[in-house]
Design a protein around this ligand. Structure first.
Ligand code: PMP
Length: 410
């Protein structure tokens, strides 16, 4: 069984950072792209670039076919009932804004509650603040336990008959913790609330079946899934999409326009005003083919082993605090940590001298940082193309940090 996939990614093969081999551990921010995806995008521009849905000539028909084939691929990949439930967006942020602006603004009423978790990315937080404010509703939070988990008690206590919307991440972009989505969905539906799932950090690592999960909405970004930037997905149950109003008004989303009125088209096109990111959809299609070919089982196996290895090695370094659960179970390879006395930005700068790319900062999760009592963390995030060698370089570099900062290594 193949275990080394870095060769599929030209950037990983060829790049150096500060004269060292690039050790790319910022996969939660964005992933590198395999040759297959890069070729698919190049082929699109070399062979069938045209504005889809507009021209009656063969080239435009080919572009339309490719765009709609990508929609079909996404639908099948996430187990949607039909491609009609898939809207292409710019990414998770746009998808979540569309849900909040187009659905939330219509159904939330004064006194209702919107429930999110304290570990949400700002993209699944600020849009709900806006809805709550506009509608005089209450934005409530699910708080995590000391290991970063959402407990059954917390879920049971916070989802009530006043809850209209529960919006949570499948996996935290700071702690890598996998949330108990089945339990949240069950509770929410029992209480008459709908569920929005931010799958940005989940779908790159584990299969997602929207019908099995029974989520009402789901959002993810192509670029975190080996596809190009600027393409994302909003899945919505058909009955929700049918009732939602479009946010972007203009070309391509109407059936008929008169001087004073416009009849919007049915289906996902209603939310895709303007010329769409066909290149991105084609690249996403190819990325999903690529992932399917490897299989989530294999991806999970590699990532689980690497995560366990990285956590164990990190754990053995003095002065290192790991946030959230320290075992490799129930989590992905997103690992947040700090080193006593060292600012995360200094840590990432020192690591980059060894070619190691990690993220430092608040990770677009200010409320979680405050809740954890920190200003910032270092975040190493791995995926299946990383290797134990990458982790060894990371660990070797972390060992140097306190020495470089003259804090004393032990
Ligand atoms: N939600 C989560 C959990 C994320 O990790 C991110 C990206 N860091 C987003 C939403 C926003 O994704 P994008 O920037 O691609 O819109």
């Amino acid at each position: 069984m193949r275990t080394n996939y870095a060769d599929d990614f030209p950037l990983l093969k060829n790049s150096t950072e500060n004269g060292k081999r690039l050790v790319y551990l910022d996969n939660a921010a964005t992933t590198q792209k395999p040759t297959q995806v890069i070729d698919a995008v190049r082929n699109y521009y070399e062979q069938y670039n045209a504005n889809p849905h507009r021209g009656a000539y063969p080239l435009s028909e080919k572009a339309t076919e490719a765009y709609e084939a990508a929609r079909g691929k996404v639908a099948a990949f996430i187990g949607a009932g039909s491609p009609e439930e898939i809207v292409f967006t710019k990414g998770t942020t746009e998808s979540l804004n569309l849900i909040a602006g187009s659905y939330g603004m219509d159904i939330v009423q004064e006194g209702d509650e919107i429930l999110i978790s304290i570990a949400e990315h700002h993209s699944n937080l600020i849009p709900w603040q806006a809805v709550a404010k506009a509608k005089s509703a209450k934005l409530r939070y699910l708080y995590t336990d000391a290991n970063g988990k959402l407990t059954t008690e917390e879920i049971a206590a916070k989802i009530t008959t006043r809850t209209r919307i529960v919006a949570v991440a499948q996996v935290s972009n700071v702690l890598g913790i996998v949330n108990p989505i089945e339990e949240i969905v069950k509770r929410a539906h029992e209480a008459g609330a709908i569920v929005v799932l931010d799958a940005a950090q989940g779908i790159p690592h584990m299969p997602v079946d929207v019908q099995a999960l029974d989520v009402d909405f789901l959002a993810f970004s192509g670029h975190k899934l080996y596809a190009p930037m600027g393409i994302g997905v909003l899945y919505a149950k058909k009955e929700h999409l049918r009732n939602m109003h479009p946010l972007l008004l203009g070309g391509g989303m109407v059936d008929d326009v008169s001087e004073q009125t416009a009849a919007y088209t049915d289906g996902p096109g209603k939310f895709e005003g303007g010329t769409q990111h066909v290149e991105g959809a084609v690249g996403l299609h190819s990325a999903l083919d690529y992932l399917e070919n490897i299989g989530y089982e294999q991806i999970g196996r590699i990532e689980h082993e690497l995560t366990g290895y990285a956590l164990a090695r990190l754990h053995s370094i003095p002065h290192v605090t790991i946030y959230g659960q320290e075992s490799g179970y129930g989590r992905t390879g997103v690992i947040s940590f700090n080193i006593d006395g060292a600012h995360p930005h200094d840590v990432s700068t020192i690591l980059s001298a060894d070619g190691v790319a990690i993220r430092s900062g608040h990770h677009c999760a200010h409320p979680l940082m405050r809740y954890m009592g920190v200003n910032a963390t270092c975040r190493a995030s791995l995926c299946f193309y990383n290797t134990k060698d990458d982790i060894d370089v990371l660990i070797g570099s972390i060992w140097k940090v306190r020495e470089v900062l003259k804090l004393g290594a032990e």
